[in-house]
Design a protein. Sequence first.
Length: 343
Amino acid sequence: MATWILHVDLDQFIAAVEVLRHPELRGRPLVVGGDGDPAKRGVVATASYEARQHGVHSGLPMRTAARRCPDAVFLPADRDAYEATSARVMTALRELGYVTEVLGWDEAFVAAETDDPEAVARRIRQHIKAATQLDSSVGIGENRIQAKVATTFAKPAGVFRLTGQTWFSVLGARPTGELLGVGAKTEHKLAELGIGTVAELAGADLAVMAGRFGPTIGPWLVQTANGLGSAEVTAEPWVPRSRSREITFQRNIEDWAQVREEVLRLAAQVTRDVAAEQRPAVRIVVKVRHAPFFTSTHGQTLAEPTSDEAVIGQAALAALDKFTDRRPVRLLGVRAEFADPER
């Protein structure tokens, strides 16, 4: 029997959890984000498939979502509910006995020795559905890259296999932006090199790619375009790399003394999250979004790992002091990063 990698991804997870809590919303366009008020500033956390048909997607400003889909139902995000449901999903997945690596709230890798990976995928979907009433999609591959890309073809509520033999017949003529890790900026840079498709990227000169994207990212892009990647799946518990808090202000803050106060308040919240993790922070990052929508970050490495609120607060202020732009602020965020668990 061969070892197959399966990528399990919950369909429209946050929206689906909300539909379970509010069955009367099934089939209606649903948008979750902020405090649920589309008249206020905030971004979409997720949108149901019905809302996506109107051009609503994660990261879109709530006000824009309301314009694109005025008939949508808007709900506030409820992190505790999503974490609780995610725990039930992952418990159900582990019950099947396969090596399972949790990636976050709504996705996991599974390694299975089988001659019929589609049967395993269907079993996974059925078990999750029976345990939680949630739909999932499963991508099958010979490695993690293939499996995760396959999931995009499996959605919604389906199964799709992608292998080294079928990789180019499925993806070769598609734009590079359909590859994982290739965002709009990278896709534009590739286009400047005359690379527009996955097949063209797969055949790109490594030296040219390293010169344009760096000695690590350049070759990695070529490797990804060839459908090559790790086939390792570990059952070690998923450990978050950071904890963060942020706030979008309904009115821009122009007084940077108030900005400092807000950063300290967010740092205190993050400190409580760090303490709950029982893992000290090693670096603090502050995010500032200026009006109208320009975002930048600065970080401050701590002298030693800590969970001390005063130290984390001072590090957040030190990171804030690295911002030279004093334009009005519409969003602030503070992130505490943990040490690599392998170190």
